[in-house]
Ligand binder design. Structure first.
Ligand SMILES: [Mn+2]
Length: 240
């Protein structure tokens, strides 16, 4: 069922749960496969609420963003809390997560990468930094990257995951690296969020081989500029 539904991409939500309800209203959960590109937490006041809502929505996958990694890190290492708050974290959200161990486990198990049947790669950041985690002995680079990220989070190596997931998007400017990344992962195009694109629609680069769905969705985002919902939440046309 999930594989046959049309795909809806949801860019960085950043705690704006009320706007998320509004954004998803035209897309009933039973009629869409919903993919969140990560960064549901921080800036807005309802980060954990947004995570729970996405987790419980049918036919939905949620990818790991750098802000989820920062929050997990702050949860485990109390000296990190100030740093995480400086990134936009809210203390009440951390307390909420601290009291919900199943949710903590669920966040840790979110994939870094997801490949769709048409060869679309969904990821949080628009860059190829994930490639350091490819196991050369694995026939499936995407699974080997996801396995390594889970291992790192379980081994308290949030720093390494943070370093990769917080780096700047580069695909819009560096088509050669995009091409090499698509080859390395055996994919045809990539869809991501992470850095606001400042357009009213998802930003399309290199003939659609790279698409950015971070439209500064959260009204608490510093770059919000009254961005329309359609800059962040939109259907993805399948590749033929
Ligand atoms: Mn973000």
């Amino acid at each position: 069922m999930t594989g046959t539904l049309p795909v809806l991409i949801v860019g960085d939500v950043h705690g704006d749960l009320e706007r998320l309800f509004q954004a998803l209203k035209p897309y009933p959960a039973d009629q869409w496969r919903t993919l969140f590109v990560g960064d549901l937490v921080d800036y807005g006041m309802f980060g954990v609420g947004a995570l729970r809502y996405a987790r419980d929505r049918p036919h939905t996958d949620v990818l790991l963003g750098n802000h989820e990694v920062a929050m997990l890190w702050a949860l485990r290492e109390r000296e990190r809390i100030g740093w995480w708050i400086s990134l936009g974290g809210h203390r009440h959200d951390l307390d909420e997560l601290a009291g919900d161990e199943p949710l903590q486990t669920w966040i840790k198990e979110r994939p870094a990468l997801l490949k769709l049947a048409d060869g679309t790669l969904v990821q949080h950041c628009g860059h190829d930094g994930y490639k350091r985690w490819i196991d050369p002995n694995s026939i499936d680079p995407i699974t080997s990257i996801n396995n390594r990220v889970l291992e790192l989070l379980n081994e308290n190596c949030e720093d390494e995951v943070w370093d990769v997931l917080s780096a700047k998007n580069i695909f819009a400017e560096q088509s050669m690296r995009l091409q090499q990344w698509l080859q390395a992962t055996n994919c045809r195009r990539t869809v991501f969020g992470h850095t606001p694109h400042n357009s009213d629609r998802p930003a399309i680069h290199h003939d659609g081989k790279a698409m950015n769905f971070d439209g500064a969705f959260s009204r608490r985002h510093k770059g919000h500029r009254r961005a329309p919902i359609s800059a962040s939440v939109a259907p993805l046309e399948p590749l033929s």
